[in-house]
Design a protein around this ligand. Sequence first.
Ligand code: TRP
Length: 370
Amino acid sequence: MEEKFEVNAEDVELESATFKESARRSQALWEDLPKNPARYRVLTGERPTGPLHIGHLFGTVANRVRIQNLGATTFIVIADYQVLTDRDTADAVGANVHEAILDYLASGLDPENGRTFFFSHSHVPELNQLLLPFMSLVTTAELDRNPTVKEEIRAAGLRQVNALMYTYPIHQAADILFCKGNVVPVGRDQLPHLELTRKIARRFNERFSPKAPVFPLPDALLSDLPVVLGTDGQKMSKSRGNTIMLKMTAEETARAIKGAKTDTDRHITYDPQRRPEVANLLRLVAICTGESPEVAADRIGDGGGGKLKAVLTEALNANLAPIRERRARYAEDPAYVRTLLRKGVERAREEGIATLEQVRKAMNMDHGLD
Ligand code: TRP
């Protein structure tokens, strides 16, 4: 691997300072959101690389639903261009976009409320055009340093890095800023991208529009939800085959849990350090039942891995049943799903057109034509 994709100590230090500051601002946001939801415009999303699993649901999507229900306007970007950062083609991307929307709807994101919008960024040209001015605000050295990009390059085992991979954090800034998003619910791995977005917003305002800032400085909204691991105790990911997807049936879920890794100690205890796999299953039980992982462990006691899995299967299937029922209902009506996407794209374009107009004016590029 080329040296420039190594993470160095200085970056790690910087990262942890950023993390503390971001966590502080995130906490303040959690306090203010319920009081002043109209102040906030939420933008978040993911790459359409496959169906959502319970890691997504419990880790981020549940949070989005919570924020949506507090009354904030919520834009969900389906980042289809980003799929091409670590692979050459994306044959399934169309199907995946459709599946992602089914998963969102099933989880409780609800465009019928008039405040929640789904869109794919490939269909919002004004968003993509922001990439050009934004690129002038970022140095190549800053792109070189991004630890999340480095990690993705390593994880994908790329020997050549395409320019989309290299620049996608700037594209992500455009995803957030085209609609003036000021709250971005994300996991910790996305913080470097959010820092870059804030830099871009700040630099644009200072350089082109010092008297009347065009862009807000968005904040990350970090989740207090526990990280859900896969059935083998590793990070949950489709490529490892260790996921439990929302679209699975109750029987498939039971089978996946049966195959989960545990250990040989029959007395179940919550010990994340020494028993990470058992702890993961206990946390899942806890998320579903609302009890603490320790209480769940006590309840299972000497029942061993078998009892733990039986308890989890029942709790998880009960929790997912209404989600799956809704998903099946929406799956019967693909035309409706397309209509929702079309409406989301329309609304996103309105936002993008208005922002791009402001951006051109600020840069002295409107030429009297806007
Ligand atoms: N990079 C994010 C991921 O891999 C997806 C994403 C694209 C995103 N654009 C975004 C997340 C804007 C938050 C805001 O999951």
